[in-house]
Design a protein. Structure first.
Length: 255
């Protein structure tokens, strides 16, 4: 599993330049606006009270800063972590360029958060849980660092399953050679991840109940719910993966 972790870290660090282009295109689009407004409605004190007290928010697996910047727009005090240094470097640059210069960044593993218990009001993760060796531990760590009444949001999909299905279908031949290679690399990573073989998001709900969450809810087909699929700027192979994956939101409240 450690070899897989190293492969994953190297892969996502190398992908940071491609991802920052997508990040900034989506950030400045109706997709970014919709996700920002969706998160605003989930903040523990509600969007109308954000200006009265800055909520302490954690962005887990921040990538190149998409959610980080949206949370800054909401007036939150944001701490952002990622295990790929290439992603962190570009997230910092993107935030500076947008005028968000008070974000705290850490190169950190989502499975081993270096924060005290009961630190954050809101914790968010997007497209990360599917790609970690111990996905349950990510949930447990995020839940641990939340304050009582804090909210956990995961925007994710069962991409491991989608990748495997795509690799074994004739549709992969419709992709460019570069796209096919991306699928093969991701399939190699996903095939070693237990979460790729779970029934999601049912599995996610069970894990969060096990953490002690007082409330857990799921929104399936979250992109349809928010009417944002048409604004997705992903590459052809990313779109092919998404078409074969269940994309969802899981929301939990710490009791």
């Amino acid at each position: 599993m450690s070899e897989n972790k190293d492969l994953s870290k190297e892969y996502w660090s190398n992908e940071s330049v491609n991802f920052t282009k997508i990040c900034m295109a989506e950030y400045g689009s109706p997709l970014g606006d919709a996700i920002r407004d969706f998160m605003a409605g989930l903040l523990p004190e509600g969007p109308t009270n954000v200006s009265e007290r800055r909520l302490n928010v954690l962005d887990v697996g921040c990538g190149t800063g998409f959610l980080t910047m949206l949370l800054c727009q909401l007036g939150c005090k944001v701490t952002a972590i990622d295990f790929a240094q290439g992603m962190i470097d570009l997230a910092e640059e993107n935030c500076r360029n947008e005028g968000f210069d008070d974000v705290t960044f850490f190169n950190m593993d989502a499975q081993d958060l270096k924060f005290e218990d009961n630190t954050f009001d809101f914790a968010v993760v997007r497209n990360v849980v599917w790609m970690v060796p111990d996905a349950e531990k990510v949930y447990r760590e995020m839940y641990r660092v939340l304050k009582t009444g804090g909210v956990l949001l995961n925007l994710d999909g069962d991409y491991g399953r989608g990748i495997r299905e795509l690799e074994n279908s004739d549709d992969i031949n419709e992709l460019t050679p570069e796209g096919q290679n991306e699928i093969h690399i991701r399939s190699e990573i996903a095939s070693q991840l237990p979460v790729s073989f779970e029934d999601r998001p049912i599995w996610d709900v069970k894990v969060l109940w096990g953490c002690g969450a007082g409330e857990v809810r799921v929104i399936k087909d979250i992109e349809d719910y928010l009417d944002i699929a048409k604004y997705n700027k992903s590459s052809m192979h990313e779109q092919a993966i998404r078409a074969r994956s269940q994309i969802f939101a899981v929301i939990a409240v710490k009791s």
